[in-house]
Design a protein around this ligand. Structure first.
Ligand SMILES: C[S@@+](CC[C@H](N)C(=O)[O-])C[C@H]1O[C@@H](n2cnc3c(N)ncnc32)[C@H](O)[C@@H]1O
Length: 317
């Protein structure tokens, strides 16, 4: 990591752990080399139905999506990860024209995997942007070839990581970078039983626990901290009123952590938690409203029945 990124990481960690009341760490830091690999393993778990549902929908409707988008198209993807599902979309779009594709991700490891995933697609040029979502999108927009439509992808229900008002604001900001006629394809995990959701985020094999705990290991590695991983437990809980899964790391003893590069000493009580990620769940109608209030119209919405999940195509008004 560059000095600038290390400083930003240290600043965010200091702000999150210094919070009065509930301590927090931003979820984007879950995805370093190890975290991105663990997320791929999570996607293969039988309990984590989201990725398979998303993939079924993309596989089924990529052809229709390509027909509904006016050509020529440039594609930008927010938080692309390894781009495995996106390959199906790019295959369809590139049947008609060469495609410029910008995966945008904070994780260098994810971008490398994504580049490899697209290697065999002859008519797709991949230009990865290691950035946060909006700065990355602005860079993609600045370089968009004249007279092309932009299709922005936000898959994996990653929108669920935002608090609901922030999700609305985020969609508005995405729309603000676009021109009328541009597309926005949004995946959202739908409400389902708390039991099913808890299993998806706290699998018996412990992969999600490792993914969550790796955040502390990463802070140890990159910010000279002394978290003892054996003194923390992964916790996934469903917050019914907010309709979200929360992931926390619970301190099993009273302890004090030192984080050298953040110039920080943090006392933790026994049972105190650090909140690391939220995954909000939606109903199909509210997804359409999110888009419409953000300045889009809903062009199509497709639903998976096996694992309730929606893929919604919006067009900028
Ligand atoms: C839940 S994963 C989804 C990956 C992929 N889109 C999928 O559907 O499988 C979220 C991805 O977004 C990236 N990410 C998380 N926060 C980000 C941020 N603020 N800006 C850019 N990328 C981010 C992570 O590195 C990760 O690859």
């Amino acid at each position: 990591m560059t000095t600038h990124l290390v400083n930003e990481f240290a600043r965010d960690v200091r702000a999150g752990l210094n919070k009065k009341g509930q301590k927090e760490l931003p979820s984007k830091y879950l995805y370093d080399e190890v975290g991105s690999a663990l997320f791929e393993a999570i996607c293969a778990l039988p309990e984590y139905g989201l990725t398979r549902a998303d993939e079924r929908l993309v596989r089924c409707h990529a052809g229709e999506l390509a027909e509904r988008m006016a050509s020529p198209v440039t594609v930008a993807e927010l938080g692309s990860g390894n781009g495995r599902k996106t390959r199906l979309i790019l295959e369809e779009l590139s049947r008609r024209q060469p495609i410029l594709y910008h995966p945008i991700d904070v994780s260098a490891a994810a971008l490398r995997r994504c580049q490899t995933e697209m290697e065999h697609l002859d008519s797709v040029r991949v230009v990865g942007l290691q950035h946060s979502y909006l700065p990355g999108l602005r860079e993609a927009v600045a370089g968009r070839p004249p007279d092309t439509h932009l299709l922005v992808l936000f898959l994996g229900s990653t929108i669920g990581n935002f608090e609901r008002p922030a999700a609305q604001e985020f969609i508005r900001e995405v729309r603000g970078t676009l021109r009328p006629g541009d597309g926005f394809l949004l995946s959202t995990d739908l409400e389902k039983s708390a039991q099913q959701l808890i299993l998806a985020y706290d699998d018996p094999l412990g992969v999600t626990a490792a993914f969550n705990l790796n955040l502390l290991a990463r802070i140890n590695r990159e910010l000279d901290a002394d978290f003892k991983l054996s003194q923390f437990q992964h916790l996934a809980r469903y917050h019914a009123r907010e309709r979200r899964i929360e992931m926390h790391l619970r301190s099993t003893i009273e302890q004090t952590i030192t984080i050298g590069k953040a110039d920080l000493t943090v006392p933790l009580r026994r049972e105190e938690t650090i909140w690391t990620e939220s995954s909000h769940k939606f109903n199909p109608q509210e997804v359409i409203q999110l888009g419409e209030r953000g300045g889009f119209r809903c062009e199509a919405q497709w639903m998976d029945e096996e694992w309730p999940f929606a893929l919604t195509l919006f067009i900028a008004q």
